[in-house]
Write a protein that binds this ligand. Sequence first.
Ligand code: NAD
Length: 293
Amino acid sequence: MPATIIDGKQISKDIQAEIKQQVADFVAAGYQPPKLVAVLVGEDPASQVYVRNKERACKRAGIDSELKRMSAESTTEQLLDLVNQLNQDPAVSGILVQLPLPPAIDAIKVLDAISPLKDVDAFHPENVGLLSQGRPRFLPCTPFGIVHILKRSGIATSGKSVCIIGRSDIVGKPMALMLAQKDSPLGPEMANATVTLCHSRTKDLAQVCATADIVIAAIGKPEFVSADMLKPGAIVIDVGINRTDDGLVGDVDFAPAAEVASHITPVPGGVGPLTVTILLENTLKAAQLNQAI
Ligand code: NAD
């Protein structure tokens, strides 16, 4: 039986409407609107699109946003100066440095310089540490978006076996940490999974994947996960965004996988829209935290 196709765009719209209301309540309570500052270095076309989408989403939610453009020839020190200024500016709630940075810039140094209280991407070691200890401040946007998708699709993770493919710091690793915890900001039913974190050196990946109730693919290889790697009735979350001659495709071979899975996210229109939405949620949270100091 074909799978239910999860509508990430609609879920995202619903959450954005809730955030808009929460922002309005925050402002009505007498606070300045939350403000996100995005730093864009160079002219990378994909990064420009991502930043523009983030600015538009902020506007829709009533969140102020500002884009700081730096030339591709900027130095690490120049970027650190800008981050320090933004850290000190009380009008700035959240800071986002759009990745990738030009190779000459020390990206880790720059990301580590962002105040952990303004770190809306949740990349700072302090925020990663808090997540790993089960007391998160900010949750990384894409994996937390996936938890929202599951919750709003009526799928609990507690007691389920989850196979995550890909161990990046942005998706796979924090996803594994989140689902293995005892609790989640969305409730304990959205944690407490038995997680297997697979990667390029995993032996018998197909076999591991075929035992999982939930498969989360974050690899960056077009249509890598085939239908025969899935347990019948599995829930399939496709994080991959791969540009091919046939347009955007995910990491899952969608049509055959949809014949085996019970639920599946499409690409585009699945996980992607949630990433920006959680960024808005984190920016509001940053404004609340920074006001409370
Ligand atoms: P990455 O590119 O940093 O790393 C890829 C991971 O896949 C690595 O951990 C590697 O071990 C694993 N891998 C590679 N080949 C493998 C193989 N043959 N078998 C098993 N594992 C293998 O990962 P990323 O930054 O998490 O990106 C993954 C994909 O997700 C990309 O397509 C990216 O564009 C997409 N992405 C989407 C969003 C979104 O908002 N939807 C956000 C972030 C990333």
